[in-house]
Ligand binder design. Structure first.
Ligand code: AMP
Ligand code: MG
Length: 391
Protein backbone atom coordinates (compact mmCIF):
# COMPACT_ATOMS: atom_id res chain seq x y z
CA UNK A 1 0.00 0.00 0.00
CA UNK A 2 1.48 3.37 -0.99
CA UNK A 3 0.67 6.93 0.08
CA UNK A 4 -1.69 9.04 -1.98
CA UNK A 5 1.11 11.58 -2.59
CA UNK A 6 3.38 8.79 -3.88
CA UNK A 7 0.62 7.71 -6.25
CA UNK A 8 0.47 11.25 -7.67
CA UNK A 9 4.24 11.20 -8.16
CA UNK A 10 4.15 7.85 -9.94
CA UNK A 11 1.42 9.14 -12.25
CA UNK A 12 3.51 12.28 -12.91
CA UNK A 13 6.52 10.14 -13.76
CA UNK A 14 4.70 8.17 -16.46
CA UNK A 15 2.38 10.84 -17.88
CA UNK A 16 3.52 12.14 -21.26
CA UNK A 17 1.78 15.12 -22.93
CA UNK A 18 -0.37 14.28 -25.94
CA UNK A 19 0.39 15.64 -29.40
CA UNK A 20 -0.83 19.12 -30.25
CA UNK A 21 -3.10 20.32 -33.02
CA UNK A 22 -4.20 23.64 -34.47
CA UNK A 23 -7.91 24.28 -34.07
CA UNK A 24 -10.33 27.12 -34.67
CA UNK A 25 -10.63 29.78 -31.98
CA UNK A 26 -14.33 29.01 -31.60
CA UNK A 27 -13.52 25.38 -30.75
CA UNK A 28 -10.81 25.93 -28.16
CA UNK A 29 -12.78 26.58 -24.95
CA UNK A 30 -11.35 24.40 -22.10
CA UNK A 31 -8.44 23.18 -24.23
CA UNK A 32 -4.83 23.78 -23.15
CA UNK A 33 -2.39 25.96 -25.08
CA UNK A 34 0.57 24.04 -26.51
CA UNK A 35 2.61 27.21 -27.29
CA UNK A 36 3.25 30.61 -25.74
CA UNK A 37 1.18 33.33 -27.38
CA UNK A 38 2.64 36.73 -28.35
CA UNK A 39 0.81 39.85 -29.37
CA UNK A 40 1.10 40.93 -33.00
CA UNK A 41 0.21 44.53 -32.12
CA UNK A 42 0.09 47.21 -29.43
CA UNK A 43 -3.06 47.34 -27.34
CA UNK A 44 -4.68 49.65 -27.62
CA UNK A 45 -3.12 50.23 -31.04
CA UNK A 46 -3.64 54.02 -30.79
CA UNK A 47 -4.56 56.54 -28.08
CA UNK A 48 -8.20 55.62 -27.65
CA UNK A 49 -11.00 57.63 -26.08
CA UNK A 50 -12.68 56.04 -23.06
CA UNK A 51 -15.71 58.39 -23.23
CA UNK A 52 -17.92 60.32 -25.62
CA UNK A 53 -16.52 63.84 -25.54
CA UNK A 54 -14.15 66.41 -27.02
CA UNK A 55 -10.40 65.90 -27.46
CA UNK A 56 -8.44 69.05 -26.62
CA UNK A 57 -5.40 70.42 -24.79
CA UNK A 58 -5.46 70.48 -21.01
CA UNK A 59 -4.01 74.01 -21.12
CA UNK A 60 -7.13 75.14 -22.99
CA UNK A 61 -9.74 73.95 -20.46
CA UNK A 62 -10.59 77.53 -19.44
CA UNK A 63 -11.16 78.70 -23.01
CA UNK A 64 -14.02 78.55 -25.44
CA UNK A 65 -12.99 75.93 -28.06
CA UNK A 66 -13.71 75.69 -31.78
CA UNK A 67 -14.88 72.19 -32.84
CA UNK A 68 -12.95 71.16 -35.98
CA UNK A 69 -14.63 67.82 -36.79
CA UNK A 70 -16.48 64.78 -35.38
CA UNK A 71 -14.44 61.56 -35.16
CA UNK A 72 -16.49 58.34 -34.98
CA UNK A 73 -14.88 55.11 -33.62
CA UNK A 74 -13.03 53.39 -36.45
CA UNK A 75 -12.11 56.60 -38.34
CA UNK A 76 -8.75 58.34 -38.54
CA UNK A 77 -8.86 62.03 -37.45
CA UNK A 78 -8.15 64.41 -40.34
CA UNK A 79 -7.40 67.56 -38.33
CA UNK A 80 -4.49 68.39 -36.03
CA UNK A 81 -5.66 70.24 -32.93
CA UNK A 82 -4.06 73.61 -32.20
CA UNK A 83 -4.55 76.17 -29.42
CA UNK A 84 -8.21 76.89 -28.69
CA UNK A 85 -9.38 73.95 -30.82
CA UNK A 86 -10.94 70.53 -30.24
CA UNK A 87 -12.65 67.67 -32.10
CA UNK A 88 -15.74 65.79 -31.05
CA UNK A 89 -14.87 62.16 -30.39
CA UNK A 90 -16.85 58.97 -29.70
CA UNK A 91 -15.88 56.25 -27.18
CA UNK A 92 -13.25 54.01 -28.82
CA UNK A 93 -12.33 56.78 -31.26
CA UNK A 94 -8.75 57.72 -32.05
CA UNK A 95 -7.38 60.86 -30.40
CA UNK A 96 -6.35 63.51 -32.92
CA UNK A 97 -2.77 64.74 -32.91
CA UNK A 98 -2.05 67.65 -30.59
CA UNK A 99 -4.42 66.58 -27.77
CA UNK A 100 -3.81 65.21 -24.29
CA UNK A 101 -7.30 65.17 -22.72
CA UNK A 102 -10.85 64.18 -23.60
CA UNK A 103 -13.56 66.16 -21.83
CA UNK A 104 -16.83 64.31 -21.37
CA UNK A 105 -19.95 65.53 -23.20
CA UNK A 106 -21.64 65.77 -19.78
CA UNK A 107 -19.04 68.44 -18.78
CA UNK A 108 -19.49 70.54 -21.89
CA UNK A 109 -21.67 73.53 -22.65
CA UNK A 110 -22.50 74.26 -26.32
CA UNK A 111 -21.79 77.93 -26.78
CA UNK A 112 -22.35 78.31 -30.55
CA UNK A 113 -22.82 76.28 -33.77
CA UNK A 114 -19.15 75.29 -33.74
CA UNK A 115 -17.95 76.20 -30.27
CA UNK A 116 -18.03 74.62 -26.80
CA UNK A 117 -16.77 75.35 -23.31
CA UNK A 118 -15.68 73.00 -20.48
CA UNK A 119 -17.98 73.58 -17.52
CA UNK A 120 -16.48 71.13 -14.97
CA UNK A 121 -13.79 72.08 -12.44
CA UNK A 122 -11.43 69.25 -13.30
CA UNK A 123 -11.25 66.20 -15.54
CA UNK A 124 -9.32 62.95 -15.93
CA UNK A 125 -7.50 62.33 -19.22
CA UNK A 126 -10.31 59.95 -20.24
CA UNK A 127 -8.32 58.02 -22.80
CA UNK A 128 -6.29 54.79 -22.92
CA UNK A 129 -2.73 55.30 -24.09
CA UNK A 130 -1.35 53.38 -27.05
CA UNK A 131 0.21 50.05 -25.86
CA UNK A 132 -0.74 50.63 -22.21
CA UNK A 133 -2.23 47.10 -21.92
CA UNK A 134 0.05 45.08 -24.20
CA UNK A 135 3.09 45.92 -26.33
CA UNK A 136 3.63 44.44 -29.77
CA UNK A 137 5.71 41.23 -29.40
CA UNK A 138 4.90 40.85 -25.70
CA UNK A 139 3.98 37.37 -24.37
CA UNK A 140 0.29 37.42 -23.50
CA UNK A 141 -0.41 33.76 -22.62
CA UNK A 142 1.80 30.91 -21.44
CA UNK A 143 2.01 27.44 -22.90
CA UNK A 144 0.02 25.15 -20.56
CA UNK A 145 -2.78 27.67 -19.96
CA UNK A 146 -6.30 26.28 -19.77
CA UNK A 147 -8.38 28.34 -22.20
CA UNK A 148 -11.36 30.05 -20.57
CA UNK A 149 -13.53 32.82 -22.03
CA UNK A 150 -11.08 35.49 -20.84
CA UNK A 151 -8.19 33.75 -22.62
CA UNK A 152 -10.36 33.54 -25.76
CA UNK A 153 -10.67 37.33 -25.62
CA UNK A 154 -6.88 37.66 -25.56
CA UNK A 155 -6.38 35.14 -28.37
CA UNK A 156 -8.94 37.00 -30.45
CA UNK A 157 -7.40 40.39 -29.82
CA UNK A 158 -3.87 39.32 -30.75
CA UNK A 159 -5.11 37.70 -33.95
CA UNK A 160 -4.56 34.07 -32.92
CA UNK A 161 -7.44 32.57 -34.89
CA UNK A 162 -6.01 29.02 -34.89
CA UNK A 163 -4.36 28.34 -31.54
CA UNK A 164 -2.21 25.26 -31.12
CA UNK A 165 -3.61 23.13 -28.28
CA UNK A 166 -3.03 19.67 -26.88
CA UNK A 167 -5.22 16.95 -28.28
CA UNK A 168 -8.20 15.95 -26.13
CA UNK A 169 -7.63 12.70 -24.26
CA UNK A 170 -9.75 9.78 -25.45
CA UNK A 171 -11.11 7.91 -22.49
CA UNK A 172 -12.65 4.45 -22.73
CA UNK A 173 -14.92 3.44 -19.87
CA UNK A 174 -15.73 -0.11 -18.77
CA UNK A 175 -17.89 -1.43 -15.94
CA UNK A 176 -17.40 -4.89 -14.53
CA UNK A 177 -19.79 -7.05 -12.57
CA UNK A 178 -22.36 -9.85 -13.01
CA UNK A 179 -24.78 -7.92 -10.80
CA UNK A 180 -25.05 -4.90 -13.09
CA UNK A 181 -27.85 -3.90 -15.43
CA UNK A 182 -28.07 -0.67 -17.42
CA UNK A 183 -30.15 2.29 -16.19
CA UNK A 184 -33.05 1.62 -18.57
CA UNK A 185 -33.55 -1.88 -17.13
CA UNK A 186 -35.31 -3.00 -13.99
CA UNK A 187 -32.85 -4.91 -11.81
CA UNK A 188 -33.92 -8.40 -10.67
CA UNK A 189 -33.38 -9.28 -7.02
CA UNK A 190 -29.59 -9.43 -6.45
CA UNK A 191 -28.91 -6.99 -9.29
CA UNK A 192 -28.18 -3.24 -9.24
CA UNK A 193 -28.04 -0.57 -11.90
CA UNK A 194 -24.73 0.43 -13.41
CA UNK A 195 -24.24 3.98 -12.21
CA UNK A 196 -20.44 4.22 -12.22
CA UNK A 197 -19.96 4.09 -15.97
CA UNK A 198 -22.37 6.96 -16.54
CA UNK A 199 -20.93 8.99 -13.72
CA UNK A 200 -17.40 8.42 -15.07
CA UNK A 201 -18.50 9.32 -18.61
CA UNK A 202 -19.83 12.59 -17.23
CA UNK A 203 -16.69 13.25 -15.18
CA UNK A 204 -14.55 12.64 -18.27
CA UNK A 205 -16.71 14.97 -20.32
CA UNK A 206 -16.52 17.66 -17.62
CA UNK A 207 -12.74 17.33 -17.82
CA UNK A 208 -13.07 18.00 -21.57
CA UNK A 209 -12.11 14.51 -22.68
CA UNK A 210 -13.68 12.46 -25.45
CA UNK A 211 -15.38 9.67 -23.53
CA UNK A 212 -16.55 6.38 -25.03
CA UNK A 213 -18.48 3.72 -23.17
CA UNK A 214 -17.51 0.10 -23.84
CA UNK A 215 -20.18 -1.67 -21.80
CA UNK A 216 -20.33 -4.06 -18.87
CA UNK A 217 -17.81 -6.88 -18.70
CA UNK A 218 -19.29 -9.89 -16.96
CA UNK A 219 -17.09 -11.37 -14.24
CA UNK A 220 -15.12 -13.74 -16.45
CA UNK A 221 -11.49 -13.40 -17.42
CA UNK A 222 -12.29 -13.87 -21.08
CA UNK A 223 -14.92 -11.15 -21.30
CA UNK A 224 -12.91 -8.72 -19.20
CA UNK A 225 -9.81 -9.20 -21.33
CA UNK A 226 -11.76 -8.74 -24.57
CA UNK A 227 -13.36 -5.53 -23.43
CA UNK A 228 -10.06 -4.08 -22.12
CA UNK A 229 -8.47 -4.84 -25.47
CA UNK A 230 -11.33 -3.20 -27.34
CA UNK A 231 -11.23 -0.11 -25.16
CA UNK A 232 -7.43 0.00 -25.21
CA UNK A 233 -7.26 -0.09 -29.01
CA UNK A 234 -8.03 3.58 -29.38
CA UNK A 235 -8.07 5.16 -25.90
CA UNK A 236 -5.37 7.17 -24.21
CA UNK A 237 -6.85 6.20 -20.85
CA UNK A 238 -8.94 3.12 -20.12
CA UNK A 239 -10.98 3.36 -16.94
CA UNK A 240 -12.41 0.24 -15.43
CA UNK A 241 -14.63 0.10 -12.38
CA UNK A 242 -15.20 -2.84 -10.11
CA UNK A 243 -13.53 -6.19 -9.76
CA UNK A 244 -10.34 -5.10 -8.07
CA UNK A 245 -11.07 -5.68 -4.42
CA UNK A 246 -10.15 -9.07 -3.00
CA UNK A 247 -13.39 -10.88 -3.91
CA UNK A 248 -13.52 -14.35 -5.49
CA UNK A 249 -14.20 -13.02 -8.95
CA UNK A 250 -11.63 -10.23 -8.80
CA UNK A 251 -9.10 -11.40 -11.37
CA UNK A 252 -8.89 -7.96 -12.99
CA UNK A 253 -5.23 -7.27 -12.07
CA UNK A 254 -4.11 -10.40 -13.91
CA UNK A 255 -6.20 -9.56 -16.95
CA UNK A 256 -4.82 -6.02 -17.10
CA UNK A 257 -1.34 -7.50 -17.39
CA UNK A 258 -2.47 -10.01 -20.02
CA UNK A 259 -3.68 -7.01 -22.05
CA UNK A 260 -0.10 -5.75 -22.09
CA UNK A 261 -0.29 -3.10 -19.38
CA UNK A 262 2.31 -2.86 -16.63
CA UNK A 263 0.93 -2.21 -13.17
CA UNK A 264 2.66 0.72 -11.43
CA UNK A 265 0.64 0.64 -8.22
CA UNK A 266 -2.37 -1.29 -6.95
CA UNK A 267 -3.26 -0.18 -3.47
CA UNK A 268 -3.40 3.25 -1.85
CA UNK A 269 -3.57 4.38 1.77
CA UNK A 270 -6.79 6.31 1.11
CA UNK A 271 -10.40 6.01 2.11
CA UNK A 272 -12.46 5.66 0.01
CA UNK A 273 -10.65 4.07 -2.89
CA UNK A 274 -7.96 1.83 -1.44
CA UNK A 275 -7.81 -0.73 -4.26
CA UNK A 276 -6.85 1.40 -7.26
CA UNK A 277 -4.68 0.16 -10.11
CA UNK A 278 -2.61 2.45 -12.28
CA UNK A 279 -0.99 0.76 -15.27
CA UNK A 280 0.74 1.91 -18.43
CA UNK A 281 1.31 0.48 -21.91
CA UNK A 282 3.64 2.70 -23.96
CA UNK A 283 1.89 6.08 -23.91
CA UNK A 284 -1.43 4.59 -22.82
CA UNK A 285 -2.79 4.41 -19.32
CA UNK A 286 -5.27 2.26 -17.49
CA UNK A 287 -6.86 3.15 -14.19
CA UNK A 288 -8.96 0.53 -12.42
CA UNK A 289 -11.19 2.02 -9.75
CA UNK A 290 -13.14 0.24 -7.03
CA UNK A 291 -16.78 -0.54 -7.81
CA UNK A 292 -18.17 1.42 -4.90
CA UNK A 293 -19.68 4.53 -6.45
CA UNK A 294 -18.10 7.07 -4.09
CA UNK A 295 -14.68 5.46 -4.47
CA UNK A 296 -14.82 5.66 -8.24
CA UNK A 297 -16.17 9.21 -8.12
CA UNK A 298 -13.57 10.52 -5.66
CA UNK A 299 -10.59 8.76 -7.20
CA UNK A 300 -11.51 10.00 -10.65
CA UNK A 301 -11.39 13.52 -9.23
CA UNK A 302 -8.14 12.90 -7.36
CA UNK A 303 -6.09 10.57 -9.54
CA UNK A 304 -7.55 10.50 -13.04
CA UNK A 305 -7.86 14.28 -13.21
CA UNK A 306 -4.22 14.57 -12.19
CA UNK A 307 -3.34 12.28 -15.10
CA UNK A 308 -5.59 14.22 -17.49
CA UNK A 309 -4.00 17.51 -16.48
CA UNK A 310 -0.54 16.14 -17.12
CA UNK A 311 -1.23 14.59 -20.51
CA UNK A 312 -3.05 17.71 -21.67
CA UNK A 313 -0.08 19.84 -20.63
CA UNK A 314 -2.22 21.87 -18.21
CA UNK A 315 0.21 23.63 -15.92
CA UNK A 316 -2.10 26.15 -14.32
CA UNK A 317 -4.48 26.57 -11.41
CA UNK A 318 -4.23 24.78 -8.09
CA UNK A 319 -6.30 21.65 -7.70
CA UNK A 320 -7.39 22.41 -4.15
CA UNK A 321 -8.01 25.31 -1.77
CA UNK A 322 -7.42 25.72 1.96
CA UNK A 323 -10.81 26.35 3.54
CA UNK A 324 -11.79 26.51 7.23
CA UNK A 325 -14.00 23.66 8.33
CA UNK A 326 -17.31 24.87 9.81
CA UNK A 327 -17.77 22.25 12.57
CA UNK A 328 -15.70 19.79 14.63
CA UNK A 329 -15.11 16.73 12.45
CA UNK A 330 -14.31 13.21 13.70
CA UNK A 331 -13.61 9.85 12.09
CA UNK A 332 -12.80 6.40 13.48
CA UNK A 333 -10.04 5.10 11.24
CA UNK A 334 -6.86 7.18 10.94
CA UNK A 335 -4.59 4.78 9.10
CA UNK A 336 -5.44 6.15 5.66
CA UNK A 337 -5.85 9.59 4.12
CA UNK A 338 -9.58 10.28 4.17
CA UNK A 339 -11.76 12.11 1.68
CA UNK A 340 -15.21 13.32 2.69
CA UNK A 341 -17.92 15.38 1.03
CA UNK A 342 -18.35 19.02 2.08
CA UNK A 343 -20.56 21.92 1.16
CA UNK A 344 -18.94 25.36 0.93
CA UNK A 345 -21.40 27.74 2.50
CA UNK A 346 -21.70 31.45 1.77
CA UNK A 347 -19.53 32.28 4.81
CA UNK A 348 -16.64 30.46 3.15
CA UNK A 349 -16.77 27.48 5.53
CA UNK A 350 -16.52 23.81 4.50
CA UNK A 351 -19.49 22.02 6.07
CA UNK A 352 -19.27 18.19 6.06
CA UNK A 353 -22.43 16.65 4.59
CA UNK A 354 -24.10 13.53 5.95
CA UNK A 355 -22.01 10.63 4.62
CA UNK A 356 -22.24 6.91 5.38
CA UNK A 357 -19.31 5.55 3.42
CA UNK A 358 -18.25 4.55 -0.04
CA UNK A 359 -21.60 3.22 -1.28
CA UNK A 360 -23.37 6.47 -0.37
CA UNK A 361 -23.04 8.43 -3.63
CA UNK A 362 -26.26 10.22 -2.73
CA UNK A 363 -24.31 12.25 -0.13
CA UNK A 364 -22.42 13.91 -2.98
CA UNK A 365 -25.64 15.43 -4.29
CA UNK A 366 -25.33 17.88 -1.40
CA UNK A 367 -21.59 18.46 -1.79
CA UNK A 368 -19.60 20.92 -3.86
CA UNK A 369 -16.24 19.90 -2.50
CA UNK A 370 -14.14 16.95 -1.39
CA UNK A 371 -12.19 17.61 1.81
CA UNK A 372 -9.13 15.67 2.92
CA UNK A 373 -7.99 14.49 6.35
CA UNK A 374 -4.43 13.25 6.74
CA UNK A 375 -3.14 9.90 7.96
CA UNK A 376 -2.79 9.95 11.75
CA UNK A 377 -5.59 12.47 12.25
CA UNK A 378 -9.06 11.50 13.36
CA UNK A 379 -10.30 14.89 14.53
CA UNK A 380 -10.34 18.31 12.95
CA UNK A 381 -11.53 21.16 15.13
CA UNK A 382 -13.84 23.87 13.84
CA UNK A 383 -11.98 26.66 12.04
CA UNK A 384 -8.97 24.53 11.01
CA UNK A 385 -7.97 24.94 7.37
CA UNK A 386 -8.59 21.80 5.33
CA UNK A 387 -7.70 20.98 1.73
CA UNK A 388 -10.84 21.10 -0.38
CA UNK A 389 -11.16 20.12 -4.01
CA UNK A 390 -14.06 21.90 -5.66
CA UNK A 391 -16.33 19.63 -7.67
P1 AMP B 1 -16.42 -4.46 -6.70
O1 AMP B 1 -15.33 -3.41 -6.68
O2 AMP B 1 -16.64 -5.05 -8.05
O3 AMP B 1 -16.15 -5.50 -5.65
O4 AMP B 1 -17.73 -3.71 -6.32
C1 AMP B 1 -17.89 -3.06 -5.08
C2 AMP B 1 -19.31 -2.60 -4.90
O5 AMP B 1 -19.61 -1.62 -5.87
C3 AMP B 1 -20.36 -3.68 -5.06
O6 AMP B 1 -21.41 -3.41 -4.15
C4 AMP B 1 -20.83 -3.49 -6.46
O7 AMP B 1 -22.13 -3.99 -6.68
C5 AMP B 1 -20.77 -2.00 -6.63
N1 AMP B 1 -20.55 -1.65 -8.03
C6 AMP B 1 -19.63 -2.21 -8.82
N2 AMP B 1 -19.68 -1.69 -10.07
C7 AMP B 1 -20.69 -0.78 -10.05
C8 AMP B 1 -21.24 0.08 -11.02
N3 AMP B 1 -20.77 0.10 -12.26
N4 AMP B 1 -22.25 0.90 -10.66
C9 AMP B 1 -22.72 0.86 -9.39
N5 AMP B 1 -22.24 0.08 -8.42
C10 AMP B 1 -21.24 -0.75 -8.74
MG1 MG C 1 -17.57 -6.63 -8.97
Amino acid sequence: MILFEEALEIISKYAVPLASEKIRLEDCLRRVLATDIFSDMDMPPFDKSAVDGYACRRNDLEKELVVLETIPAGKIPTKIIGNGECSKLMTGGMLPEGTDTVIMVEDVEITGPETIRFKGDRTAENFCKKAEDIKCGEKVLDKGTLIRPQEIAILASVGCANPEVYRQPRIGIISTGDELVEPSEIPALSQIRNSNAWQLMAQAQMANCIATYFGIARDTEKETLEIIQQAGADSDIVILTGGISAGDFDFVPAVIQQAGYQIKFRSLAVQPGKPVIFATREKQYLVALPGNPVSSFVQFEMLVKHLIRLITGNSGQKMHLKIPIGVDYKRRNKTRKGFFPVYLNSDGMAMPVDYHGSAHIHSYIHANGIAAIEIGENEISKGTLVDVRLI
